[in-house]
Design a protein around this ligand. Structure first.
Ligand code: GLA
Length: 401
């Protein structure tokens, strides 16, 4: 090897080392360092099932009771979050006031109750003048609201983006609330909800712990005709290209779960849950926890799938193969393994093959394969793994060389 070549290779390996360092530290530096959401937040949110009309303190208490007793808490679900419609106005000092009919005991008492169950408590506001359901927003009251939430014992804030002022900057508005939350000294998960409208993955990494990347989810597999067209597969397609922006402390948020809300099949809900875990998405159940079918419960409590979502590496899964409506997804795991999802979007059953090369290993490698829904080791496979996948279904496996 001549001197020039040696110099070149030193330069190249030096650059690569530098790139790796920058890559690694860049990832750390781009996270909001508020000590929370190191893995995607898990819990329950009132909106998908109860919306505005159905929310009240009884529903919240019952949901906390259920979560603490039905195995969800043990499986990692933690936050009980009230969405829109808990607030009615402001008092003479500008303090936000809860709806006295729906929440007669007040928000502090409710937060205390949720905490008494060993769970955490979340609330909702909006960066504009009014929430989406026309309740008071936080604009101009950021520090006052944040302090009020902290006094009540709030652990999680979702801030929406309805009724903002013309030209209002999403980045500045959410930065202001981040600072207001920080000033309280209480660790509070900050969930940004501007529906992906200003590409938050590009700027929110140091501002929020999670950001909605799409419009509101609908309880359907593919719903091109519904508002926003955000069924499971449409959201999946919007999340696929932005995988590199997710990591510990800062997650892409494909919206809350619809599992158990009744308009999809059990097969589709199983796929929905598997894919959200593959995406390292926050897992916020959005159903009626007090009235779950055994199927719904089995899906929400699948600890092997939850472990993929909560994996410490914090990598979002990537679509590594797409053949028409048949797809293979691969998520890198902290133990060197991969969580692989074989997804059949078509209307009939099909065989799907995950080649090790697509998944991230050399073709010659032998790897152990475990089915995360059958809860069964499938033995060692070399080069690839194939399975028959039902229509709108998934097969989800953990692969470990
Ligand atoms: C928006 C959000 C939803 C929900 C409603 C409440 O549509 O995206 O998740 O919070 O507002 O009004």
């Amino acid at each position: 090897m001549d001197v020039a070549m040696t110099m070149r290779s030193v330069f190249v390996s030096g650059c690569m080392g530098l790139m790796m360092l920058v890559g690694a530290s860049g990832r750390r530096a781009s996270a909001l360092e508020n000590g929370v959401a190191r893995t995607p937040p898990m819990g329950w949110n009132s909106w998908n099932k109860f919306a505005c009309k159905g929310i009240n303190e009884k529903v919240v208490r019952e949901s906390a009771d259920e979560m603490a007793a039905n195995g969800m808490k043990d499986a990692g679900y933690q936050y009980v979050v009230i969405d829109d419609c808990w607030q009615t106005g402001r008092d003479a000092q500008g303090n936000i006031v809860a709806d006295a009919e729906k929440f007669p005991s007040g928000i502090k008492a409710l937060a205390d109750y949720v905490h008494s169950k060993g769970l955490k408590f979340g609330i909702y506001s909006d960066a504009g003048t009014m929430t989406c359901a026309k309740r008071p927003g936080s604009i101009g009251h950021e520090y006052q609201d944040a302090q009020q939430y902290a006094n009540w014992g709030v652990d999680y804030l979702k801030e929406d983006w309805c009724n903002t002022l013309p030209g209002q900057s999403s980045e500045s508005s959410y930065t202001l609330m981040r600072e207001a939350l920080k000033a309280t000294g209480r660790p509070i998960v900050f969930s940004i909800c501007e529906w992906g409208s200003t590409k938050p993955w590009l700027w929110a990494g140091t501002i929020g712990n999670m950001w909605r990347s799409t419009g509101d989810i609908q309880d359907c597999w593919s719903c091109k005709k519904a508002w926003g067209g955000n069924g499971v597969v449409e959201i999946l397609d919007q999340l696929a290209p932005i995988y590199s922006y997710a990591g510990p402390g800062h997650w892409n948020d494909p919206d809350m779960l619809e599992v158990g809300n009744g308009k999809m099949t059990t097969e589709e809900y199983r796929s929905h849950f598997s894919l959200w875990a593959e995406l390292a998405a926050p897992l916020l159940a959005g159903n009626d926890l007090a009235n779950m079918t055994p199927d719904t419960k089995e899906i929400l409590l699948n600890k092997e799938v939850i472990a993929v979502d909560q994996d410490g590496l914090g990598a979002q899964g990537q679509r590594v193969k797409q053949t028409g409506e048949l797809e293979v997804w691969s998520k890198q795991l902290a133990d060197g393994g991969r969580a692989v999802v074989l997804l059949n979007r078509s209307d009939k059953a099909a065989t799907i093959t995950a080649d090790w090369q697509a998944v991230g290993y050399p073709a010659t490698v032998s790897a152990g394969v475990r089915d995360l829904w059958a809860h069964k080791d499938l033995g060692t496979k070399t080069g690839s793994y194939s399975a028959e996948v039902p229509s709108h279904g998934v097969v989800m496996v953990r692969v470990k060389p």
